[in-house]
Every structure is written in C-alpha cells, then in structure tokens.
Design a protein around this ligand. Structure first.
Ligand SMILES: Cc1cc2nc3c(=O)[nH]c(=O)nc-3n(C[C@H](O)[C@H](O)[C@H](O)COP(=O)(O)OP(=O)(O)OC[C@H]3O[C@@H](n4cnc5c(N)ncnc54)[C@H](O)[C@@H]3O)c2cc1C
Ligand SMILES: NC(=O)c1ccc[n+]([C@@H]2O[C@H](COP(=O)([O-])OP(=O)(O)OC[C@H]3O[C@@H](n4cnc5c(N)ncnc54)[C@H](OP(=O)(O)O)[C@@H]3O)[C@@H](O)[C@H]2O)c1
Length: 660
C-alpha cells in the first residue's frame, strides 16, 4: 500500500524506561535532526546502548529557524512540500489540526512531540559536536566529541551518521566571470523577505529554494529576475483539491508508473515556456520534484521576470546567455548544497560532487559499522525513509537481521547506482535521488529477507526472535489463507532461497502458485529460464512483488551470480521445477543437474503437483556426479509425497569437468 500515515496509526506513548541490553553493540548517532531522532528512537526501543550527539541546543535541525547550530536553511515562511501524512513517521501522525502542508514551526513542534512521546530525550546530548570519527585499532569507531565539559573520545561498535546534507552551500563552481558590485548570498542564508525589500534581486536556480525566494521577492523587491540554466517541470502542491503527493502508488509498481503520475502532475500544472523559458530537456520524473503554486501567478503579473542561465556579472547588472541583462544589487544563489562530513578524514569518507555510493543508500560496504541515515533526496519525504533505515540498522545491531554475502551487497549497490544514474539527469542534486515509495518497499523486502536469514542462523546474544513485518506479513497471511482454502498442502523442508530451472510456465496457475508459495514461506525464488517466459502480466507481477528475481536482460549471468553468492552460509539451492510432470508425459528435464555441478550448489526438488494438491521441497543434497542415482533419490521422494513416480528424464550432457 502507498505510504499515508493516519491518526489511527499513532503508537502508544512509551512511559516507562526501556531496559538497555549492554551485551548488544554500542552505537553513536551524530545529529538530532529528523534523521537523528528517527535513529535514536529505533535504537532506544530496541534496547541498544547508544549516545546521540547534537551540536545545537535543539531537536529538528533544518526545521529550527535560526538554529543555534548555524546550519539551518529555514526561512520564516518555509512550509513543507511533502504533505503531512506522507512526511510523518509511520507510527506518529502529525496533529490532526495541521494544514496539509505544515509550517516550519509546526514541523519542529512535531519532532519535539515525537521525542517526548517515545521517551528518549535523555539519550540526546546537546551542545556537543562530533569532531572526528576514525577506525580504532580493533576495527571499532573512535568518536571525538567536544561539549560543555570539554573534549573526549569514546569508542563505539557502530556510528549512525545523521548530520544532514542541506547545510553546506554549493556556490557556482567555477564562479561566473566578471565582477559584481552588489551583495551575494546563498539561499542557505535567506531568512525573511526583509533581506529583499526595495532591491534589484536576481535569484539563480530552478529548485524549490529558488522558486520560494523568487515568489517572496516579487512582493517586496524593486525588481525580481529569476535565472534558470535548466528549465524544470514546476508541479503544483494540490491536484484536484488534494495534496498532489497523496496520489501515491504502491512501491512495487514499476518506475514508469511514478513517472506517469509526475507527467500528469506536470501537464496539469502547465508549461513554463510561455514565460520565455525553453522547454525542459528532461521528462518529469527525471529530476527532483519542484513545486510552487505561486510562481506562475507572479510571472503572469510581471512581478518576476524569467531569464536563462548567466553569461557574466557586470558591476550592477547580470548578463544572461540570451544577451539580455538585468539590474542587480543582490544575487541569491539558490544553487543547492554540498554533501560533506567534517568529522571524517577525506581519505576515509568523502562525497566528491555529492557522489557517495552506499548499499540501500545506508551501508558503506568497506566500513563495517558505519551507517548513513537520511542521506537521500527523495521524490517524497526524507523522514519515513530515515525511519525505515534506522529500524533496519536497529535490527542489524540487535542480531535480528543478517545481510547477504558481501559480493551480493556490492553487486546490488552498483546496480542500484547505475539505475539511478540512468533515471535522473546528471547533476549534483541527483546523486542521492530515490523514489520514496519504491525505496520503502524495497528496503522492507530486504529487511524481511535478512530477518529470515538471521532466523536460520545461530541467534546472536540478545537477539529477539525474528518476525515478519509490514506488507510482508499481509502477503504471507493472504497466501496462507488462499493456499489453505484451495486445500494445498506443503511437504518437505522449506528452503530460504532457491533457483528454479525450467520454472513454472505450463499454465497461469503455476505462476500464481509460485507467487503464493514464495509469499507464504518467505522464499526468494530465482528463475533460470528463457526470458520470453517473463513477458506476460503474471510474470511481471511475480517480479514486481518480489516473489521471483530475474535478470531479464541476461539470464545466463544468473549462473555467474550464483557462483559469487555460493560462498555465504545461506547458499542458493538449485531446484528442479517438477510441475507439469504428469501432463508432459512423465519425464523431468535435468539441465539443473549440470548447473548444480557447475556452481557446486546443492540440489533440491521443488514441485507443484496439481492432482495431489501438494507442493514440496526436498531432499537437498550435493550432486554426486552419478546422475541416475541422484535422480532416483528425487523420484522416490516425489513418489512418496504425491503418489506419482516420474520415470523418464533427459540426462544432462555432463562434461568431464562437471563430473569431477
Ligand atoms: C529549505 C529546505 C526545505 C526542505 N523541505 C523538505 C520537505 O518539505 N520535506 C522533506 O522531506 N524534506 C525537506 N527538506 C530536506 C531536509 O534535508 C529534510 O527535511 C530533513 O531536515 C533532513 O533531516 P536530517 O536530520 O537528515 O538533517 P538536518 O535537519 O540538517 O539535521 C542534522 C542535525 O545534525 C546536527 N549535526 C551536524 N553535524 C554534527 C556534528 N558534527 N556533531 C553533532 N551534531 C551535528 C545538526 O546540528 C542538525 O541538528 C528540506 C530542506 C531544505 C534545506
Ligand atoms: N519545503 C520546501 O518548500 C522547500 C524549499 C526549499 C528547498 N527545499 C528542499 O531543499 C533541498 C535543496 O533545494 P534547493 O532548491 O536549495 O537546491 P537544488 O534542488 O539542489 O537545486 C539547485 C538548483 O540550482 C541550479 N544550479 C546549480 N549550480 C548552478 C550554477 N552554477 N549556475 C546556475 N544554476 C545552478 C541547479 O541546476 P541543475 O539542475 O542544472 O543542476 C538547480 O536548478 C531540496 O530537497 C528541496 O526540495 C524544500
């Protein structure tokens, strides 16, 4: 389901102390903005020992006007551009009397209430700056802090970095040629319209900051010129009377559906070309969304003049690339932010041009124990993402989650990074862009898979029993009910993840059953079949819901991936998909056998036997190289469980190296 927090989602207040389990890893959270408090709350409720350091005097980071940390970009008219139900933490709705888009002071108050509601204010140390984070000799993390009591270094097993990424202004690089006689500020230093009164203002940039400041300037400045080097699709905050971000879609839908939604929003909002700007060179959905209800009105009124990018600065004028110029005694550079971490040595962690690839935008694969919270630009709000990341990391620290093999992590990270680079136009503002609903869905899926992995391993000290959460629980229950109603029974030991060779394609029902079984038993199924079998709507649904994984562009690469992933303590099983056995005349194909020999992975049997309404797995064993004997084991099992003994099969053509 799409993410919308309702009043009924409010969790009970935490009124008594939560016991801390000192046997769990000790963590440090840097920052008490919305991301830091999301992290602190999850660690607190999980009983994980931790400290949270905040350099300012307040909770809320960006949302505190004139924050004593000197880092907030908040201005006095700022309101959120992600509506309250889409921005609230999942178990703590914003107050019912808030407007659809809350003001900054309301947002700040909401974060204050959150901390008190869940009872973790005393875990935050204010006025204390994290100055250095480095690896300790034993591979843990040394954190040097300076606060009212002086400077000290503490050692932690994990560090959750939540220092924000909208506080270090990005000025034009390189600077525009020419000289300028007036004042130049960055949008980060904009606080109120008082700074603009009676001036000739040029606002540079096409993001949300530029849009807001240009609109405000248009009411108080002598002239307002808005310089845009690349036209954006400017969306409206409301669509058919509803906050436009509430036309939200389930995260498992493909990206093009979100893009289509944004395209509808852009078409509804109207083009910017009539104001003299060129048409955008990208499609809606290929950039971070920009919203303004008022910019068109102010352009129509002639109170804002739109101009293209800057050619040069010329004393008391700014010259644009189309040869026009505008008077200026104040330039507001709304040119975005740099992602920086002053407490890391650059050789340890740095984000050149805002690039910092992370697994699920959270985990640094080379630096165990280091996690980044809220380091995303979202087509949607940051807070629920920070909350989900934090819950995931709390699971990890509490031993309830086990990651996949290191190579899988790196492969996924690279694939996601490649995908995102294709999805959004190249700009430092897009290096961390994610689709909100898809991200939440995907992370939930990974979290559940990791909980399953953890449940099959020896529990770590203090680990709580694994459970399935969120949409996964709903799917599991639905699948259990449907399979139960159809009186299907399962036999054999259920594997955690398996590869089906020559997988279900005999009828649509096979697809449905495969999906229900994957949901019911929490199995990750990877299919090793020809790609043309995956073009139908059910094949698509299977992939989107996470019931199966498949590299459509190159199924052959799956074998290589299996080899890579074979190392973990939760290896893939190679399964013969034995469904359709009876209808296809009593034989099994055995290409799987060869793949098992090539990859060294164990074989299992996965079957859907329609007449006996039996699904099953097992037995699982390492192929011996004696195909006939190995197939007999499987055949006997099948006969025992279903009453039907498949006789023939096509023996694989084993090469010498396969037999070895
Ligand atoms: C003008 C503006 C409007 C925005 N509007 C929206 C919106 O409507 N919806 C949305 O989802 N997002 C919005 N964003 C994005 C914004 O980044 C997030 O809303 C959110 O504030 C990010 O929270 P954070 O905790 O990650 O970072 P921050 O809010 O920046 O908080 C970081 C905290 O870490 C502390 N800190 C930093 N370094 C240290 C250190 N070394 N030691 C100790 N403490 C440290 C800081 O003092 C600060 O309190 C907006 C951003 C801007 C600039
Ligand atoms: N709640 C709100 O209403 C609100 C208000 C303000 C900001 N925000 C949020 O705050 C974050 C930052 O927004 P932002 O608008 O400050 O920054 P931004 O989204 O990074 O946008 C920066 C803009 O400046 C342009 N730019 C960068 N370098 C330039 C240069 N040298 N010359 C000319 N133009 C240049 C960029 O163009 P390119 O695209 O070509 O790089 C882009 O249009 C975003 O998440 C935004 O949503 C929210």
């Amino acid at each position: 389901m799409a993410y919308l927090v309702k009043q009924s989602h409010r969790a009970p207040a935490v009124t008594s102390p939560v016991p801390v389990d000192e046997s769990l890893p000790r963590a440090c959270v840097i920052g008490a903005g919305s991301s830091g408090i999301a992290a602190a709350k999850q660690l607190h409720l999980a009983g994980i020992p931790f400290d949270c350091f905040e350099q300012g005097r307040d909770i809320g980071g960006t949302w505190v006007l004139d924050n004593s940390n000197g880092q907030s970009a908040c201005y006095d008219t700022l309101e959120i551009n992600t509506s309250c139900p889409r921005m609230a933490f999942s178990d703590f709705p914003m107050p019912a009397d808030y407007p659809p888009y809350a003001r900054h002071d309301q947002v700040r108050a909401y974060f204050e209430q959150y901390v008190d509601h869940f009872g973790f204010r005393d875990t935050i140390t204010f006025d204390t700056t994290v100055e250095d984070v480095s690896r300790s000799v034993d591979g843990r993390w040394d954190v040097r802090i300076t606060g009212p009591d002086g400077t000290e270094t503490r050692t932690y097993d994990a560090v959750l970095v939540a220092n924000g990424h909208h506080w270090d202004p990005r000025w034009p690089e390189p600077a525009y040629p020419g000289t300028f006689d007036g004042e130049q500020i960055h949008a980060h230093d904009y606080r109120s319209a008082d700074q603009l009164v009676g001036r000739d203002v040029v606002v540079v940039g096409a993001g949300n900051s530029a849009m807001d400041i240009a609109v405000e300037s248009s009411s108080v400045a002598r002239t307002t010129t808005w310089s845009v080097r690349r036209t954006e699709w400017v969306l409206r905050k409301f669509l058919l009377g509803k906050p436009s971000d509430q036309v939200a879609l389930p995260g498992w839908l493909p990206w093009w559906v979100t893009a289509a939604r944004l395209r509808i929003g852009a078409t509804y909002a109207g083009s910017m070309t009539k104001y003299g700007l060129p048409a955008p060179t990208h499609k809606p959905g290929q950039s971070h969304p920009v919203q303004s209800d008022l910019i068109r009105e102010r352009l129509d009124a002639g109170a804002v003049t739109a101009r293209p990018g800057i050619e040069m600065l010329d004393g008391d004028r700014v010259v644009f690339v189309d040869g026009t110029s505008a008077p200026a005694d104040l330039i507001v550079w709304a040119t975005g932010y740099r992602v920086t971490f002053p407490f890391f040595k650059p050789e340890l962690v740095s984000a050149q041009d805002n690039e910092l690839p992370l697994w699920k935008r959270t985990v640094h694969p080379d630096l165990p124990g280091l996690y980044f919270i809220g380091l995303v630009q979202a087509i949607g709000a940051v807070m629920p993402i920070a909350e989900a990341q934090s819950a995931w990391i709390a699971d990890t620290l509490a031993g309830r989650y086990a990651p996949p093999a290191d190579d899988v992590v790196r492969r996924q990270m690279e694939a996601e990074h490649r995908r995102d680079k294709k999805q959004f136009y190249a700009s430092p503002r897009h290096t961390m862009e994610v689709d909100f609903d898809h991200y939440l869905w995907d992370l939930d899926r990974e979290r559940r898979a990791g909980r399953e992995r953890a449940a099959t391993r020896a529990p770590s000290p203090g680990a709580a029993p694994a459970t399935t959460s969120g949409g996964g629980g709903v799917r599991r229950t639905l699948a259990r009910l449907l399979l139960g109603a159809a009186r299907w029974k399962a036999v054999g030991e259920v594997p955690r993840r398996g590869v089906l060779v020559g997988a279900p394609h005999t009828s649509n029902w096979d697809w449905v059953l495969t999906m229900l079984l994957a949901w019911r038993y929490g199995i990750t199924v990877r299919l090793l079949v020809k790609k043309e079998l995956f073009v139908g709507p059910l094949g698509w649904l299977l992939r989107r819901t996470g019931a199966v994984e498949l590299d459509r562009t190159n199924p052959a690469s799956t074998i290589k991936e299996l080899l890579v992933e074979a190392d973990g303590d939760d290896p893939w099983l190679i399964g013969i998909a034995a469904e359709g056995t009876r209808s296809r005349g009593d034989y099994w194909k055995s290409g799987f056998y060869r793949i098992a020999r090539q990859t060294g992975l164990p074989i299992t049997l996965a079957f859907l036997d329609v007449p006996s309404r039996t699904v099953g797995w097992g037995p699982t064993f390492q192929p011996t190289g004696d195909v006939g004997a190995d197939m007999d084991v499987l055949r006997d099992f099948y006969a025992d469980k279903t009453g039907f003994r498949p006789e023939g099969f096509t023996p694989p053509r084993l090469r010498e190296e396969d037999r070895a």
